[in-house]
Design a protein around this ligand. Sequence first.
Ligand code: ASP
Length: 683
Amino acid sequence: MRSRSKLLVLAALSVAPILADEGKWTPQQVLELDARWLKQQGLELPVSRLWDPKRGTGLLAAAVGVPGCSAAFVSASGLVLTNHHCLFSLIQEHSTPQRDLITDGFVARSREEELPGKTMRVTVPRKFTDVTQEVEAATPAGAADLARSRAIETKQKELVAACEKTPGNRCSVGVFDGGLQYVLIESVELTDIRLVYAPPRAIGEFGGEIDNFRWPRHVGDFSMARAYKDGKPYTPEFFFPISRAGVKEGDFVMLMGYPGRTYRSLTATEMANERDFRYTLDREILGEWIKLLEQSTKGSADGSIAVAATLKSLNNSHTRAEGQLAGLARGALIDKQKATDDAVMKWAAGKPAWAKALEAKKELDRLADERRKMGPHDYLLTLVNAGSLTLRDAAILVRLAGERQKPDATRDPGYQIRDMRRLQAALERDQKSIFRPSEEALLSSWITRAQKEGIAAARGADARTLLGATKVDQAVERSKMFEETPEQLHARGDPMLELAFTLDGALREWKARADARDGAVARLRPAWRKAVIAHAGKPVAPDANSTLRVSFAHVKGYTPRDGVTFTPHTTLAGMIEKNTGEEPFIVPPSILEAAKKTKAEKIPVDFLSDADTTGGNSGSPVVNGRGELVGLNFDRVWENVANDFGWNPDVARNISVDVRFLIWLLEDVQHADHILREMGVKQ
Ligand code: ASP
């Protein structure tokens, strides 16, 4: 990637060779970091092993994506290791009250026993190309913001279409810091993914929501799947060997993966919007939905299995929202950002080269103020995707029918021919998660809130009546609807579809608002960020955007509050100590038995390091300086949840499961030697 940001990074490097540990670096940036510094940190491999600039790939590409998470290839036969919570929907897909894999776990004893998933996929990065100039050249000078954003979207679709002409390619355009840089990412997408191993829930989720985002932690949050291509196990170019030696306090580690979204490049005014219209509403609305799901499935084994994946993800988002809000307040992060913004403005004032940057900052803040007016209304519209599946599916079917009328190139992203298979699989898959009483509770809550916000589609709507009359929640009918035109859908007289047609108008208006804002941001953010980076005088990694990143770190404890210090490792002994015999602290008898034959205090379970991570980094491989896998990231500590808004080295700790716990479990408890042999851990 050649880019202006590269020049900025290089310019900054000559000023300040000393780096902090902050930074989710792009593969290209790794090559631009000071190699001596990396060596001092503990990197034993040549940097070019991590990323070969000539080929545009390297060991980093053994870190792959799974939906919403990261993962690692750990064998030459496509074995993928990720978190239990990242494969949870695949585990749920195969669970019934009679064969409850969620509760009991699963070990495939042979390839034939592996369990395929309808919507699971693994994305393997192949090549990254800077396309900033091309995207900018496609933007008409002086265009209005909506037109600019649509021109950028059209260019992105063109680039993706051209890239996907290469057989087997799945492509996307990564937007960095609102348009400072655009990168075309070529990947191989593997869609035949089969479950190989899942621990019982009591291990994979030990501590549940009580321990979520907390330390000390004692959870075996890992599972395994195998990627197939053309019916055969996939042979990855890179995979991580396993280190049996593990890590100890002070050791260097690298964490590779796909961090989802952070807000560090925003101005203080923009950050306040995220606090008020994302996390404050998440805390309130998701909190209510969690209770509704729990109440509506009480005493029903079918219901509990149906909503298990939704409930888990709502719980996680809810706890995260609480953590973000607590951390923002405790760290006064928005005030700190304001002070940084002010310092940059003061530094730039009176310098003609930065006049545009100052203008851009003012305009970004003005846009943020404008956005506040529609905050809760627009956020409720986005929640159509997070609650009742019947409502969500109706909205998808209606949008799809509308988009299908257009030529492929002008359809909304997500509704092009390239998306059909994925969309169809998702709609089919939803059947496993639809449970009528829960649907009614969630839909009713959304309708009440939407009525308050004046969303027209909700006017006069009643959840029970709608669900009593609709066929959207029936798999066979839904798959027929998938092929239908808007006229055919209308002809059904299905009230849920009619609601979705009205809602579609509001969703399209919302998209136009969001696109216009994106168009403005693409015009403004790069100018402001260049000033911020120049003022910082050191390399600055872009905000997370679900693209491949690496973070350099050390195994390290921390002090969460006055008088308390945490060590960086937990052990099996600690897990057993936490055993109450009641959820979520039940240590299964098989573990208690196996633990008697070993020194439990010598079996590491989880560890802390100071890697720079966020949501989406779940399942990220954590490797030592030789590139050997020592752990799997799954979480951050409570004091660090708000690191999405600002970095604080004192509490910046991520939590990983120690690979030695995985090995012990597979060897001594589950007797899954065939998996250990495949990973090269056992002869
Ligand atoms: N467990 C987290 C997640 O929700 C990972 C994190 O936020 O650090 O993806």
